[in-house]
Design a protein around this ligand. Sequence first.
Ligand code: R5P
Length: 287
Amino acid sequence: MYILGGSASEKVANDLSHILKSSLVRIESKHFPDDELYVRILDDISNEHTVIVQSTYPDSNIVELFLLQDAAKEAGAKEITVVIPYFGYARQDTKFKDGEAISAKAIAHLISLNADKVVTVDPHKEHILNFFNIPAFSCSAVPEIAKYLKKKNIDLVLAPDKGALNGAKTASKIMNCDFDYLEKTRIDGRTIQIKTKNLEVRNKNVAIIDDIISTGGTMAKSITELRKFGAKKVYVACTHGLFAGEAVKKLTSAGCDEIISTDTIDSSFSKVKIAPCILQVLKSKII
Ligand code: R5P
């Protein structure tokens, strides 16, 4: 088996090749003067199972993934598994208004054209796996995030909304602490309201775990509420740290003690490695 890392996920690909003792495929990639991308596989992968690792964020990395898939197919790969640490566009998973694209479906269909199997991590909603026309599997980063948080003496782990309560429950078992959820109400596309629904947080170390931090709005409001009710330390953790715009500033100004993310999108907050989670799915479903 060969591992081929796209530019969005080189570290994760390196980690996987290291753990699996599989060779990393060498690729040449460059941009033409008009900025179009060129990729070329330099090793012989004919008749080999090739695992392409590439997050589909931002947009340019989607194009790179399509080119890598095509290059692997053209190079005669026997089987292609696409590992997508962060599957972008997953939040547009339905038509919220008439006339909209179902973006998650559109991207999933295109990825399915040149792949045999897909693995992704904490997709925004599990049903997006059905948009792929090939077997698609997911894994969760929550156990690895919980292992990291266990060192922080957390008293209470919170889901940012009721729908994410299972994640908090899983984390609480690893962290040996209580779990609960915050009440999140969406007022409109850009505004949300967070309530602590009488949670007792005074003098407690609290961690909130979400799948995505994008603008930081959800977490910043949550931190403000927890601080208002006397929380001692507040940690925010997510699988996918997009940290759009002023997100980090918003979180620190709200009084966050530490920001934690995995490396599905690499940043200075990527303190948790995702490769061990991906490895489990590869071993149980693919290899
Ligand atoms: C929403 O349902 C997600 O789980 C996250 O809570 C959301 O994407 C976070 O976005 P933001 O950081 O912009 O509030």
